[in-house]
Design a protein around this ligand. Structure first.
Ligand code: ADP
Ligand code: MG
Length: 247
């Protein structure tokens, strides 16, 4: 579905992503993990065309991303930016329906889509009528997800979608999200710095460090057959946190 071929991205001469190549499998969940600053959000920015690679090629369905294809591409991608990115001056409902109204969906079509998604995300009309700052963190994350799902995009890019939540809400939402992915069979790329969350969601894992891919494979590959010391340490750090009860 997506393919990166030797992609690098530098900001003011400083490399953020270096010589990255991978293919994103259709209808599967791929998890991009790695420490803070390793280039995960930059990869998502490159996929949406919001950022341009310094060198290398990014392909979508076999064709390089060209500026003329970007508007269409963006309708086929649902993107949840890190921290949700809801407009604070619009109600949750207005945030969810913004793009659909912009491209001219009929009101009846919008209402029926919102009803389906609200039941999927377990959000009541009362919550959707409020502004983002008037709902809980967990509800805000669900609203961001509803917005990303609204146009029925084929690809979902989720940048630390559960990042700022407390552990109990996080665990609950993890279960719900996994159910949603299974039911909709989308191509999902989910970013997290949390190895346990990565293991929970991933069909495929990509581990990054300092802008480079360190290892890719199934969760079993990375957990049971690390090819290098960094993968071993990263995986172990997560597991030891589980054993010590999160301390
Ligand atoms: P992650 O999402 O894994 O935490 P990012 O992709 O956000 O990492 O950042 C990768 C590197 O690029 C970091 O060193 C970060 O400081 C740098 N960076 C990210 N965005 C910018 C920007 N707009 N300008 C300059 N440097 C940036
Ligand atoms: Mg990030």
């Amino acid at each position: 579905m997506f393919e990166f071929v030797a992609v690098s991205k530098a900001y003011n001469g400083q490399p953020a992503v270096e010589d990255v190549s991978f293919a994103l499998a259709a209808n599967r969940t791929t998890v991009l993990m790695g420490p803070s600053g390793s280039g995960k959000s930059t990869i998502l920015g490159l996929m949406t065309g919001l950022l341009k690679p310094t060198t290398g090629v990014i392909k979508f369905e076999g064709e390089p991303l060209a500026p003329a294809r970007l508007p269409l591409l963006r309708r086929r991608i649902g993107y949840v930016v890190q921290d949700g990115g809801l407009f604070p001056h619009l109600t949750c409902l207005a945030n969810v329906t913004l793009m659909a109204r912009h491209i001219g969906w009929r009101k009846s079509q919008i209402d029926s889509r919102v009803a389906d998604l609200a039941s999927l995300a377990r959000l009541s009309p009362d919550v959707l009528a409020r502004y983002p700052l008037e709902v809980s963190g967990g509800q805000r994350q669900r609203v961001s997800l509803m917005r990303a799902l609204m146009l029925d995009a084929d690809v979902l890019l989720l940048d630390e979608p559960l990042g700022s939540l407390d552990p109990m809400v996080r665990a609950e939402l993890q279960g719900e999200l996994a159910g949603i992915f299974r039911r909709l069979s989308k191509t999902v790329l989910l970013v997290t710095h949390d190895v346990n969350e990565a293991a929970f969601f991933a069909d495929q894992l990509i581990l990054m460090r300092a802008g480079k891919i360190v290892q890719t494979g199934s969760p079993e590959d990375l957990f049971d057959r690390p090819t290098n010391g960094f993968t071993r340490e990263f995986v172990l750090a997560g597991q030891s946190r589980v054993r010590t009860g999160g301390k």
